[in-house]
Design a protein around this ligand. Structure first.
Ligand SMILES: [Zn+2]
Ligand SMILES: [Zn+2]
Ligand SMILES: [Zn+2]
Length: 159
């Protein structure tokens, strides 16, 4: 995986179009705001995820960061619990990507389409896609996944 080809993104994915240099101090504050103690590993993982446009697997994150697998895994699980990261189930792996600012502990609001490009093999969040809304049902939906596969705009252009 060529990590250098990703474009840096700012602190929150809904501001994707504004490029900004994120300081460790800013990341510390984001973690504190989500009730997460800012350890150096957490800052490192968050900073790295913040620079990614696409979701990455545990192995990819571990490899890029050079931390030990268990610690990186625990960091991701904590982030998921605290509403900092959401995961996408893809065949037999989970991929992780940063949340919207509105996500909080045990309350994720990442109800958007995830799109997998079979050419560049990247999975991205597609907040721009209109999804069905759900009226009241006698059952309770706790988790819902919208997943699409195809060819992304960049790969379409370069083919
Ligand atoms: Zn979330
Ligand atoms: Zn692609
Ligand atoms: Zn997403």
């Amino acid at each position: 995986m060529e990590l250098h080809k990703y474009v840096a993104t700012p602190l929150y994915s809904n501001n994707k179009h504004i490029k900004s240099e994120v300081m460790n101090k800013d990341i510390e504050q984001v973690l504190i705001d989500k009730n997460t103690r800012p350890t150096s590993m957490r800052i490192l993982v968050y900073k790295f995820l913040n620079e990614q446009m696409a979701a990455l697997s545990l192995s990819e994150i571990e490899e890029a960061i050079g931390g030990d697998r268990i610690t990186v895994y625990r960091t991701l699980k904590t982030f998921e619990e605290k509403g900092l990261v959401h995961s996408i189930q893809e065949d037999h792996t989970s991929k992780y990507i940063l949340c919207e600012e509105s996500c909080s502990e045990h309350n994720h609001e990442d109800h958007h389409l995830h799109f997998y490009c079979r050419k560049c093999k990247q999975t991205t969040c597609r907040e721009e896609v209109q999804l069905p809304t759900f009226k009241q049902y006698p059952f309770k939906i706790e988790q819902i996944q919208f997943f699409a596969k195809g060819i992304c705009e960049e790969c379409l252009l370069s083919s």
